[in-house]
Design a protein around this ligand. Structure first.
Ligand code: TYD
Length: 208
């Protein structure tokens, strides 16, 4: 996965900015598909920024290293994810959208609702994570796979709950997708086929 955002600096006069989020449990090919989508849209003349959460800029990446490495209590963790998101929006996402770019994110609010919601209670986490400061994406896509596409990392504190935890999160995404209007796209099959499904879904939503 890239260490941070990649972006062009040219103002895109022909398009309005659009925010697209790729989501899903660990090991469903999100980062691969974010890069493939960016390539596809760039190949058709679109200015694209790619970024990930937690992350976005040097501060976001520093907090990412801390969050992924160190276990903290659930509330501290929630507020750190939200703080990184607020910073990510103001320093990277909003400026790129103002330039007319297509911004593609690897994880965003749905991760908070699924991961922290399961731990701290869905209602309260939803209230905090959907405050107006956290812009609604133009499209949120959940990559849905029947099984993880690669082995889960037992040393990763978000993946150590193994296959049982992974299936709980998959079910969490599927249940919340209906409620929040996220688009569920199959992530099974060759990467080219998954990209084709994503492009078909996105093209009408982010062009114009
Ligand atoms: P991820 O981006 O999947 O990176 P890697 O592939 O290097 O493991 O890891 C980020 C982890 O952070 C992931 O397990 C989900 C978790 N996460 C949350 O719990 N809440 C959030 O709001 C976000 C953005 C991520």
């Amino acid at each position: 996965m890239n260490a941070g955002p990649s972006s062009t600096t040219i103002v895109d006069d022909h398009h309005r900015g659009a925010l697209v989020v790729l989501e899903g449990p660990d090991r469903v090919g999100k980062s691969t598909q974010v890069e493939r989508l960016a390539q596809w849209f760039r190949g058709r003349g679109r200015s694209v920024s790619v970024s990930r959460e937690p992350g976005g800029d040097a501060l976001g990446e520093a907090i990412r290293t801390m969050l992924l490495g160190e276990s903290v209590d659930g509330w501290t963790e929630l507020f750190l994810f939200l703080a990184v998101r607020a910073r990510h929006l103001s320093s990277v996402i909003e400026p790129a959208l103002s330039r007319g770019e297509l911004v593609i994110l690897d994880r965003y609010t749905p991760s908070t609702l699924v991961y922290q919601g399961a731990q701290l209670g869905e209602e309260l986490v939803t209230q905090l994570a959907t405050l107006p400061v956290f812009r609604e994406p133009d499209a949120t896509i959940v990559l849905d796979c029947r099984e993880p596409l690669a082995a889960l990392d037992s040393a990763d504190r978000f993946e150590h709950s193994g296959l049982t935890g992974w299936h709980e999160r998959r079910n969490g995404y599927r249940a919340l997708a209906r409620r929040h209007g996220w688009l569920l796209i199959s992530g099974d099959g060759p990467p080219e086929l998954v990209t084709k499904r994503l492009v078909e879904t996105l093209v009408k939503r982010v062009t114009g």
